[in-house]
Design a protein around this ligand. Structure first.
Ligand code: ZN
Length: 262
């Protein structure tokens, strides 16, 4: 796409919580065994000439009221939310109802925590993820059904692969299965910085991207590896950077909302 046709105007990178873990080797099998780690968590608000799009919703806003965070029943992860997503949106003058286009990388709780706020948006989901989230056994995939209560009736565009959201090549949903059945990533053509891939949980750390590391709990481990290979080839061919949602260290160098990136 010629630069003048890329019509993303700016993107707000919003801190959407932190996940504290006691043993990071669950995400990096064989490496850093027994080491505690803090994962970041981010949501991305895109201003396109034709409207707003939100990518991922972080952990549930109600966690912001819990000083000790919310520990998962298995005790492995404690989620913290410093500022509710609704408040971060308000800060930049955006109400949930202003967001026409809404997609999540996948259905896990640290990405779908506030999904119900966006029931009036058009939801873009891979069919395989939709089937798992709204099927008979969402828990089997690690999904929390309550996070999607209001989305059953939402206007939904079910995808079976890649999708050009605004029809101009500036925002692309790309199927990236493995972590969950219908995991996807988002390619955003920023007007000044150029194209970036927003990783979702395709990888959890830059380390994992560089070393093709797949967590042991992924839905499909071989497919997760193939997805990394395919996305690396895509990134190389198109000169696209990868922004790893949960990599706190990498995101420390990216301006956060209410500042924005272009
Ligand atoms: Zn995650």
């Amino acid at each position: 796409m010629p630069a003048q046709q890329a019509s993303v105007e700016r993107m707000y990178v919003i801190s959407c919580g932190e996940n504290h873990v006691k043993d990071v080797s669950r995400w990096t099998p064989g490496v850093n065994v027994g080491k505690a780690h803090v994962f970041g968590n981010h949501c991305y608000l895109i201003k396109h000439a034709k409207g707003w799009m939100l990518w991922d919703t972080g952990s549930a806003d109600r966690i912001a009221a819990m000083p000790n965070g919310l520990t998962a029943p298995n005790g492995i992860i404690t989620a913290f939310m410093k500022k509710p997503l609704a408040e971060s949106l308000r800060e930049v003058g955006v109400a949930p109802g202003d967001i026409q286009h809404f997609a999540m990388s996948h259905g896990h709780g640290d990405h779908s925590g506030n999904a119900n706020l966006f029931a009036a948006s058009t939801l873009y989901m891979q069919t395989s993820e939709h089937d798992a989230v709204f099927g008979a056994e969402p828990q089997k995939f690690g999904f929390i059904p309550a996070n999607f209560e209001k989305l059953r009736g939402a206007k939904t565009i079910k995808l079976n692969g890649d999708h050009d959201v605004f029809g101009d090549g500036s925002v692309l949903i790309k199927a990236a299965p493995g972590h969950t059945p219908g995991h996807q990533v988002l390619v955003v053509r920023l007007p000044k910085r150029g194209p970036v891939i927003l990783s979702g949980d395709m990888v959890h750390l830059v380390y994992s991207w560089n070393n093709r590391v797949v967590p042991s709990f992924n839905f499909d481990i071989p497919q997760s590896g193939r997805t990394i290979d395919e996305m690396k080839a895509y990134a190389q061919k198109t000169g696209t950077q990868l922004w790893v949602n949960h990599d706190l260290e990498q995101h420390a160098n990216i301006p956060k909302s209410p500042k924005y990136v272009e």
